[in-house]
Design a protein. Sequence first.
Length: 392
Amino acid sequence: MYKKRILSFFQLPVLFWVAVVFLASCTKNSEQPAPQYFVSATQITELSKAAIDARLNNPLTSALTKFPVKVYKIVYKTKDVNNNDIQASGAILVPTTTDKVALLSYQHGTLAGESEAPSNFPANAEAGLLPPLYSSIGYVISAPDYLGYGESKQIPHPYEHRKSMATASIDMLRATKEFCQSNGINLSEKLFLTGYSQGGSATMSMQKMMEEELSSEFKITASVMGAGAYNKTAFSQYVINQNLTLSFISNYIWVLQTYNSVYKLNRPLTSFFTEPSATQIQQRGPTANATQNPRELFTSTFRNGIINGTDTEFLNVLKDNDIFDWQPRVPTLLVHGRADDFVIPLNSQSAFDAMRRRGATNVELALVDGNHFTAVPSYILQMYSFFFKYNN
């Protein structure tokens, strides 16, 4: 029974505003904290298991997939190479299940262009194939575009720049957690990292930063990385000393130009490259029709400075991007094709050896059959079985 009371005309507004303030206070206290990294999310598509299987067109992967997957483009806050605020983007993939699912940060390999960025979710490129596979297996996927693609496509992509690959991937992971929290997505406490090629370098970069600088925030369960250029110094010395045609020379040119710009060396291209290649690269960038023989492409002064250790300025840049010599604390698997002539196995082998020397007992190396491209199926299987051990 409610006791009837007669309220005067003047009492009503007072009690009304008291109630409003009280309810607002209750609502405010029950809300989630304001996101620090997440900006916005837009659903791109939803894929059934059958649609994912059709994309992959492989009986083996069809046996692994389980759940339909929702795909979102996410915009989030991060920093550029000069530590300025910037917005970047990526894709979040969420399996349709009420089960608790682990979070997996997936770093993509080298892109042929903007259309292949994860936030564009291309049907026939890496970002539209492997992330749906992993998500359908039972992971929420955080797939950053990196800087220079998607929302930040107005700036040049800092190709193989250790720090920006790490920060863009870590901030995307933070934004993904905020997205999941605000949308009631049931995450477990487990966190996995993986990537191949440039994605391997990005994964190693972010894992090193997370373990050494952000260990109180992130607890990585396990990581698997494939065919990354972890030892930039030794790899560069190898490449620059070759006297044969290297079909991937454009990628090495891209890295060199990135470092020249990001580290503000501002050297003229003629200090790196012989003519007419220097002029062609100036006009067309890494896609220029330059000679593919390093002995003919690079100037003798630059080559000798790297080989003999006298170009300390550039060697310090390479050293700043070396990510092979440290001690991981979490289970880590390095996968590399024995016949890889693009990112040579020296990268994974030297990382494994250095990590073991530093006392890492939970790092494994899997040298598999194949080159940089034909070894990808082995990397996928190695990753699946390695993560399976820690995701039960």
